[in-house]
Each structure stands twice: as C-alpha cells, then as structure tokens.
Write a protein that binds this ligand. Sequence first.
Ligand code: ADP
Length: 365
Amino acid sequence: MHTLPIGEGFFILNCEEKFIRNSYLLTMYSLKFQLFFAVIISSIGGCAAMLLFDRSPVLASAVLLFSIGASFTVLYLFVYRPLKKVQSVITAQKDKASLHRATADSSQEMQEISDSINSMLDSFRADIAQMKKLEQVRSEFLGNVSHELRTPIFSTQGLIETLLHGAVDDKKVNRDFLQKALNNTERLNSLLSELIDISRIQSGEMKLRFRFFDLVPFLETTVAEMQTTAEQRNVSLALAGNTGVHIEVYGDKERLRQVMDNLIENALKYSEPNDKVVVKFSDQKDKVELCVEDTGIGIAPQHLGRIFERFYRVDKDRSRDVGGTGLGLAIVKHIVEAHHSTIRVESEIGVGTKFSFFMMKTSIG
Ligand code: ADP
C-alpha cells in the first residue's frame, strides 16, 4: 500500500502540464511488464485452444474464453485500476480538490510510480512553502516601504501647514521649519534611490560591469570626497596603509564606490564628535582585504546578525535623525556578494565597529 499526497496548491496548477505528462510517461513505461504478461496469457490460451479444437471445440472455446478473461483481469487489476488511481490523484491535484493523501495499492511497479509522484509532489510542496515565504517577505517589504515613505511626507505636510497657519512670519522658527522640510525631501530622495537599487538587485536588473582598476587612487578619492561630511560631524577620517603601492583589483568600480560610501557614511553617522574613522586595506596573495573601522557607538551582539536585513535598524530614531533609510547595509551585502565575497562585521558597544570584505585581484571565472 502506498500513499499519494494530494496537494494544497494553486501554484502547482501552473506547472501541472509538464507534471501530468511526465507522470503518464512514467506510468506507461512501468506498465510494460503487466501488458507483456497479459499478452503471454492470451497467447498460451490461443495456442492451447488451437491444439484442443480438433478433439473438443467446446473445451477449446472454454480455454480461449478463460485465457482472454485472465488477461483482461490482469490488465484490469494491474493496469487499468492503478492507472485510474494515479489519474484521480493527478486530477484532484489539478482541480485543487482536496488536501488529503490519496491511496493507491498496486504491484511493485505501481509502487515505484507512487514513489516518484510522491517525491515530485514533495518538491512542489517545498516550492509552495518557499513561495508563501516570499509572499510574506514581499508584503512585509511593502508595509515597511509605505511606512518609510509616509513618515517624511506627513512630517513635511505638518511643517508646511504650520508655516501657512502663521509660523512663516515667526522669525524664530520659519527657517528651522523650512530646513526640516528640506531634510525630509532629501530623505525621501535617498529612500527612493535605495528602493530602486534594491528592486533592481532583486529583479536581477542590476548588472555589474567587472574590470580591473587601481585600488589606492580609488580609496583616496572616496575618502577625500567624504571629508566634508566627516568635518561637519567633527569626526576624523583617514586612509591608512602604504598608499605608494599599486594594487589592481577586479570588480565593478561604481558599485564598490557605493559600498565604500555607505560603510564610511555609516561609520560617520554612528560616531560621536572626536571619534575616528579609518579606511584600511591589506594586500594578500590573490586578494585584498578592505576595512572601514570606527570608534563610534558600536552595535550590541544581538543586532549583529540582523543589520543586513532590509529596514533593520538598531536605533530607529537615531537612524532617522541622521538621515538613515535602513536599506544601506542590505544593498552593501548584495553588491559584495555579487563580487563573490562576504561582508563581515565586528563590533563592541562603546568601542567601535569594523566592517570588512575581500576583493579579488584576479578575474572571477
Ligand atoms: P541606516 O540607513 O539606518 O543607517 P543601514 O542598513 O546602513 O541603515 O544600517 C542598519 C543599522 O545598522 C543602522 O540603523 C545602525 O543601527 C547600524 N549600523 C550600521 N553601521 C553602523 C556603525 N558603523 N556603527 C554602529 N551602528 C551601525
């Protein structure tokens, strides 16, 4: 006795064409033995009837009828009935008729078919579970997006309304309110660009353009362009290491620039005045390790595993205050992984944080 699972899936229905065709092919292939057996019985019966015909036509007819009956019985029991069961299982699957498991008792070969169908359906089940999970992730993502968009929009709306209701003439607050409204629009802008990046990464539209480039000038420019932000925050920013060397790395320069900008910006954002941020590189045989290290606020161990998730923030208010979107590290992770590398983080509260990853010096096969 074998059991055939009947699925829960609307999703299955769209793959059913191939599935049903394969099941039938498999079934037909396995049935050859039963068909062969039925043909042998009727042939033996036919031969015996021919031999007996001269002596007793009645007995010959009885033998012939018996052999035909026996082969039909074999076909019915071992071919037609199991096939019908398999068909009913597949049809129930197709009509989304039930969630229970159907049964099919049969010969060894039919059991093998049942096993094959069981394993096919099990893999469909795994696919369904995965799709349900993706659906949940998608709806959570949409919820987060609308929340993130709503916050700066409502805040700007409130500021403009207050200005219109008279605050525009109050010299003590008018500039401050306008500055806040401007900050909100900037936040909306960076949120939208990061959302576009995330969606392009997920849809596979973000194509990387790999090439060799000189690492040190790349890091020097990146650090130099961040100096103004560092000064505004009163945090020191420097590139450490022997900058006189020539190191050719292989990757998408623009996207790696985005990674470094993000890590340095975070290091500056989550540091206090007079803290230090250092960008380091260490040349190793066929790769280079890049690090962004800060002496900032640090991250508690329980958050370390989650900071690369979309919209995850350790301290929501602080992140928003410094213009964070919660998407930066998710994008960093995707880009670094697309370079066949892994982003790592080490941190201690009150001591600082270090993000690091490797870059290849040779092309990736
Ligand atoms: P955000 O836009 O909020 O900065 P990220 O995805 O870049 O989002 O980072 C996720 C969270 O990780 C941040 O909200 C912050 O809490 C934490 N984080 C990232 N980098 C650092 C750092 N260098 N020091 C301390 N905390 C950090």
